[in-house]
Design a protein around this ligand. Structure first.
Ligand SMILES: Nc1nc2c(c(=O)[nH]1)N[C@H]1C(S)=C(S)[C@@H](COP(=O)(O)O)O[C@H]1N2
Ligand SMILES: [Mo]
Length: 367
């Protein structure tokens, strides 16, 4: 069916809004291949995909600035220095199914380990655009507003979110019009999207219309209410604007890509592969894998990071016994932080930030 130019074997959780993740095998690539092809890159949407005319489109830069700007694509391309960043985007809901195994998470997409992908983005630095507009004293946040309207937001509204000024000024934060050397696909935000490496995907706003300098974070539902980590016991009636912890930087995470959960490989030596993503400003320093549910561990070979904002693939060979086998993985980052074992300890009402040890259950037949 090739929805939105994606490969046929995407796991489509929802068609409208379109929410789809690639099968694990599509994220493996060859050794040391960090980039995800455009037809496999996951897609997370909250409303209908806009169809914007690039010739008529303009970016407004407003709010607490001394010179508000209105820029065409051509002006963005010619008046600012072009640059690139290779970035892994990860949805805050990646690996949510590990939490729904503890307790249901009603109303949220049941993402497996594929709500994460990596691309080379090309565009201009947000910091350069902001410098041209001249942020007024007191500016502390930059809010992004997209052209899509999210019917599930309360009230329905354009998708939006913000990042603090100190993050927005980082040279890695781009306004991007190209992805893997191709024009930004419509489903990924054409003609222009924000790319905020190291932060949850929700802050990389697509179909960008407006960048607003503010003294406070964005008022958008997706900043005030969604994408916040609520206490485990917060009932639906007790979750209003401002509740919980607003999610920003992505935490250390790790997943198994092969073998696939529920498969029946032959017993004997098997290649086990996966990815890990360090937290912001950190790399993955160690990954260990177990074939006996976590009693004994083997170190995996971890790829060198292809850049400071990029996931790292890992692999090892484990000897799989016959019968029921549980493969488990855990990771450490360059600051010595490690991933927590228990999904029960991480469960939260919206099912965000599952960083617990991934578990893959297999039934291994005769070799
Ligand atoms: N305008 C707009 N931007 C958006 C979204 C959206 O629904 N609308 N979804 C966000 C979320 S939650 C994620 S995880 C990423 C996904 O980016 P992708 O679809 O390019 O993979 O886009 C973010 N930017
Ligand atoms: Mo997301």
């Amino acid at each position: 069916m090739n929805l939105w130019g994606k490969r046929n074997d995407m796991v489509v959780h929802e068609r409208e809004p379109f929410n789809a993740e690639p099968p694990p095998a599509a994220l493996t690539g060859g050794p040391a291949v960090a980039l995800t092809s455009l037809d496999a890159f996951f897609s997370r949407n909250h409303g209908p995909i806009p169809d914007l005319d690039p010739a008529a489109w303009r970016l407004e830069v407003d709010g607490t600035v001394t010179r508000p700007l209105s820029l065409s694509l051509e002006e963005l391309r010619t008046r600012f220095e072009e640059t690139e960043v290779v970035a892994t985007l990860q949805c805050a809901g990646n690996r949510r199914t590990g939490l729904t195994g503890v307790r249901p998470v009603p109303g949220e997409t049941p993402w497996g380990p594929g709500a994460i992908s990596t691309a080379r983005f090309r565009g201009v630095r947000l910091a350069d655009v902001l410098a041209r507009a001249g942020p007024a004293p007191g500016t502390a946040h930059l809010a992004f507003t997209g052209a899509d309207v999210a019917p599930g937001a309360r009230p329905p509204q354009p998708y939006g979110g913000s990042v603090p000024l100190e993050k927005a000024l980082g040279p890695e934060v781009l306004l991007a019009w190209a992805m893997n050397d191709a024009p930004l696909p419509r489903v990924h935000g054409a003609p222009l999207r924000a790319v905020v490496p190291g932060w949850i995907g929700a802050r990389s706003v697509k179909w960008l219309r407006r960048v607003t300098a503010r003294t406070t974070p964005s008022d958008a539902y997706f900043q005030t209410t969604a994408y916040r980590l609520l206490p485990a016991d917060a009932g639906p009636g007790r979750t209003g604007p401002g509740d919980g912890i607003p999610l920003g930087p992505s935490p250390l995470n790790c997943a198994v890509l092969s073998p696939v959960d529920g498969s029946r490989p032959p017993a004997g030596p098997a290649q086990v592969t996966g990815y890990a993503l360090g937290g912001e400003h950190r790399t993955v320093a160690r990954v260990e894998v177990s074939a006996d549910g976590g009693r004994t561990w083997r170190p995996a070979d971890v790829d060198e990071p292809a850049g400071p904002w990029v996931w790292q693939h890992w692999r090892t060979v484990l000897d799989l016994p016959r019968g029921e086998v549980e493969i488990v993985a855990r990771a450490w980052d360059s600051a010595g932080t490690t991933t927590p074992e228990s999904p029960a300890a991480l469960w939260n009402p919206r099912g965000y930030a599952n960083t617990s040890w991934p578990r893959v259950r297999l039934c291994c037949g005769p070799g």
